[in-house]
Design a protein around this ligand. Structure first.
Ligand code: PGA
Length: 261
């Protein structure tokens, strides 16, 4: 008997610094009941900190999971303006994006900071969605693979085999983010394969087979199906297109169709 690998497809909206507290409930109330049609797909909405409380309240008793977009690596203390992972957990936040390309590029987040945040999220029972980016200036295939492998290795330092169950990885080439120009499904697949192989080398094949890896960067209904048809692409992390509730649902539906067979 062939045992089907059970990596649940996942669609994560990254609202970034968009949306107002007054806009949150309408979006969630529209999406939540329709998710019953897609019980095999995980739907996550990640919002900026000022929205999180409203998002958690609106998503209560629905299948929608709420995620944060960033956090600090200390549990609590005198770090004015930062977000405590302990507070995220207390609020009912189940996931947090760590090391998004915008944080790396605009806020100078380093691999070391990403690693510290990953460990802090795990310690506080929040699942990290670690974003692996790709610098625009990389030219040769070797540079490209080396860059990706290095980020995976650095961000997962000190993570135990057991904790790997709670980690998601998201490959988001900087040039594809917000440009309207997604990577081709085959190129994305190649990069995700490198990431999965790196996890196998660092841990073991079983963990690599189980970890969910997402693609992000200009995902929209026109390209989501072909991306999600790739064997190593388990989900998508979506910015612009997911600002609209109808489009978000469309992406969930496409994830369901692509992974059904
Ligand atoms: P985009 O953003 O879908 O608008 O390209 C993706 C992301 O940055 O997570």
């Amino acid at each position: 008997m062939v045992i089907k690998m059970s990596r649940r497809p996942i669609v994560i909206a990254n609202w970034k610094m968009n949306k107002l507290p007054s806009e949150v409930s309408q979006y969630i109330q529209y999406v939540a009941p329709k998710l019953a049609d897609y019980p095999n797909v995980d739907a996550v909405l990640a919002g900026q900190d000022v929205l999180l409380n409203t998002m958690v309240m609106a998503a209560k008793d629905t299948p929608i999971e709420i995620g944060a977009e960033n956090m600090y690596w200390q549990d609590k203390g005198a770090y004015t303006g930062e977000t405590s992972p302990q507070a995220l957990a207390d609020l009912g936040i189940s996931k947090v994006i760590i090391g998004h390309s915008e944080r790396r590029n605009y806020f100078r987040e380093t691999d070391e900071m990403v690693n510290l945040k990953t460990l802090a999220a795990l310690r506080n029972n929040v699942s990290p969605i670690i974003a692996i980016d790709e610098a625009v200036q990389l030219t040769s295939l070797n540079d490209h693979a080396h860059w990706i492998v290095n980020q995976v290795v650095e961000s997962l330092k000190g993570v135990t085999e057991q904790e790997m169950n709670r980690i998601l990885l998201a490959y988001e080439p900087t040039a594809a983010i917000g440009s309207g120009q997604a990577m081709t499904p085959l190129d994305a697949q190649k990069s995700l394969r490198i990431i999965r192989q790196t996890v196998a080398d660092m841990f073991n094949q079983k963990i690599a087979d189980h970890i969910r890896i997402l693609y992000g960067g200009s995902v929209k209904p026109a390209n989501a199906y072909d991306l999600l048809k790739q064997p190593d692409i388990d989900g998508v992390l979506v910015g612009d297109a997911a600002l609209d509730a109808t489009t978000f649902l469309e992406l969930v539906s496409l994830a369901d169709q692509a992974k059904r067979n």
